[in-house]
Design a protein around this ligand. Structure first.
Ligand SMILES: *[C@@H]1O[C@H](CO)[C@@H](O)[C@H](O)[C@H]1NC(C)=O
Ligand SMILES: *[C@@H]1O[C@H](CO)[C@@H](O)[C@H](O)[C@H]1NC(C)=O
Ligand SMILES: *[C@@H]1O[C@H](CO)[C@@H](O)[C@H](O)[C@H]1NC(C)=O
Ligand SMILES: *[C@@H]1O[C@H](CO)[C@@H](O)[C@H](O)[C@H]1NC(C)=O
Length: 506
């Protein structure tokens, strides 16, 4: 490999923790790849509802130059992340993890890498010695399109991290393949002001984004879930508008709450979703439990194992009641579930586009349906529509605040420090048997096992699912109806509920 001129960029890369450098490395590959085959990436949907007049007014926009985009990206990846700046707290991920990640996520890269699998990875020192950017310019892009739907409310604290991650992930997927839709409702902090800044920055690198804000509060709705469902559906507005006005369809939806994900968290969820042709794919989210003095699994109002039983806000070994699922959870392996949401959910959009046109909704109380969360109900609707391939990816652990984030992303210690003695005989340490890789709160660069790449064997859904209803009639800020085992629709307990209907694998 020819020695390269040390540039300011490389100096920045050295200072960054490896996963960040890795993401930026990917980024450069794509930046180069994007210079020529770029059709106008600017939104055809305005911030208000699209009108005919708007379409006439569309002007060809001068795209920022490569150098200009590079400058914005450098700014974004060094200035804006705060909590997620160090997804791994040591300055280096294990080289083996870096290799695994490079290979694993290669199929998600949003441009054709066929003539050199590593060419998109130059800044990490693993790429080719290709110095001629012209090589990159000839590539065509992969066509898989991603729709990010994000609900925010008083999210001032997490927005910079959210966007930093979004930019990096989009750089991998290809900016031209990404659309971001944000719906913000009635924040009382400076969320709106911050969103305006990021709206501008997003456009400046040529990514499409729509941010809608609302001052509408729950007041107009009788039922709490009805309101929450409306807020979530609002983030999907542009999905339907783009189909109606541009005939544009997306292949994967990424739904996020106000969460702090790392780049590889999102990539792994997307990878698993596509690898398994899953209807819904979620992570595992954690909240701090004061009495236990440790993080516990959080979203048990929605999460149900494949027997229909609720997950627990409990220590690691006791989260799942279903024995096989519990086994897999403790080994951080993907698990089929009846229902889950957990902060980020990757959705197959097919049931949104075609009948029965699934959307977030409240329970049909008059028909005797239990008042579950709008997220549980959409899982049930996916089952009934034949998209019951729902799975949880325990490797991806999400936090809502700094305290839990720090606990679930601990320092990686060297093996000598863990054992307390130096290995005799000078045998090299085996990273595959690193005890940290087996612990609950493993570091971010936990190595992948073969089982994590095997597709799940999906089975039909349970006949009964534990439902803890929330009618919201009183003032109780949580489920207020006695829980029941609710009988599921017959369609969900047949094998046809878990057949692959929409092949999204590469
Ligand atoms: C906005 O929506 C969130 C849920 O996404 C909800 O918790 C919050 O109360 C809503 N804000 C207002 C002002 O209604
Ligand atoms: C590993 O940890 C031990 C004990 O804390 C320390 O003495 C040693 O220098 C460390 N080794 C490396 C390579 O960092
Ligand atoms: C499985 O579900 C049934 C209800 O369908 C319930 O009675 C049973 O306790 C569940 N088993 C476990 C292990 O959760
Ligand atoms: C669902 O299946 C059960 C048992 O096979 C049957 O008794 C019931 O009538 C069916 N329900 C509907 C709505 O078809």
């Amino acid at each position: 490999m020819k020695p390269r001129q040390p540039t300011s960029t490389l100096a920045v890369l050295r200072r960054l923790p490896a996963p960040v450098a890795l993401a930026i490395g990917i980024l450069f590959g794509i930046l180069f790849a994007r210079v020529i085959p770029w059709t106008s990436p600017y939104s055809s949907v305005s911030r208000t509802l699209p009108t005919k007049a708007h379409h006439h007014a569309r002007q060809p926009v001068q795209l920022p130059s490569l150098e200009q985009r590079h400058r914005v990206l450098e700014l974004l990846t060094t200035l804006s992340p705060h909590y997620t700046k160090e997804c791994t707290k040591t300055n280096r991920v294990q080289p083996l993890y870096a290799d695994q990640v490079t290979e694993r996520y290669n199929p998600l890269v949003g441009h054709d890498t066929s003539n050199n699998a590593n060419a998109w990875f130059p800044a990490f020192g693993m790429g080719s010695d290709q110095d001629d950017p012209a090589e990159y310019l000839m590539r065509t892009s992969s066509e898989h399109k991603y729709f990010f739907a994000i609900n925010l409310y008083n999210s001032f604290d997490v927005i910079p991290d959210l966007f930093a991650t979004l930019f990096r992930v989009s750089a991998v997927l290809g900016y031209q393949n990404v659309f971001v839709s944000i719906y913000e409702n009635g924040s009382t902090d400076q969320t709106k002001a911050l969103l305006r800044i990021f709206d501008a920055l997003t456009r400046s690198v040529g990514m499409r984004i729509v941010i809608r804000t609302s001052m509408r509060t729950r007041g107009a709705f009788n039922h709490r879930i009805e309101y929450l469902a409306e807020v979530r559906n609002a983030a999907f507005g542009p999905l339907h508008e783009l189909r109606d006005t541009e005939n544009e369809y997306f292949d994967t939806i990424i739904f996020m709450n106000d969460i702090l994900p790392c780049v590889d968290d999102l990539l792994e969820l997307i990878w698993q979703s596509r690898r398994n042709n899953a209807g819904i794919t979620c992570a595992a989210d954690y909240m701090y439990h004061q009495e236990m003095q440790s993080p516990v699994f959080y979203d048990n109002w929605v999460a149900r194992d494949i027997n229909g039983t609720a997950l627990e806000n409990a220590p690691f070994e006791n989260i799942f009641h279903h024995p096989d699922s519990s086994q897999r959870f403790q080994r951080h392996l993907p698990i089929q579930v009846q229902s889950c949401w957990n902060g980020i959910a990757i959705l197959d959009p097919a049931p949104f586009y075609s009948p029965p046109h699934v959307k977030f909704r409240m329970a049909r109380i008059t028909e005797g349906e239990c008042s579950a969360s709008e997220c549980s109900l959409i899982c049930n609707d996916y089952w009934n529509a034949g998209y019951g391939r729902i799975m949880m990816v325990p490797r991806v652990k999400l936090a809502y605040d700094r305290r839990v984030f720090d606990i679930i992303h601990p320092d990686r210690r060297n093996l000598t420090a863990i054992r307390g003695y130096k290995r005799l005989g000078g045998l090299p340490d085996n990273p595959r048997s690193d005890p940290q890789d087996r612990s609950w709160f493993g570091p971010h660069d936990r190595l992948f096992t073969e089982e994590e790449s095997e597709p799940l064997n999906f089975v039909p859904g349970p006949e009964h699912v534990w439902c803890w209803g929330w009618d919201g009639a009183g003032d109780l800020d949580g489920p207020d109806v006695d829980p029941i085992w609710e009988r599921m629709d017959n369609r969900s307990i047949q094998t046809s509920a878990v057949e692959v209907r929409h092949d999204r694998m590469w």
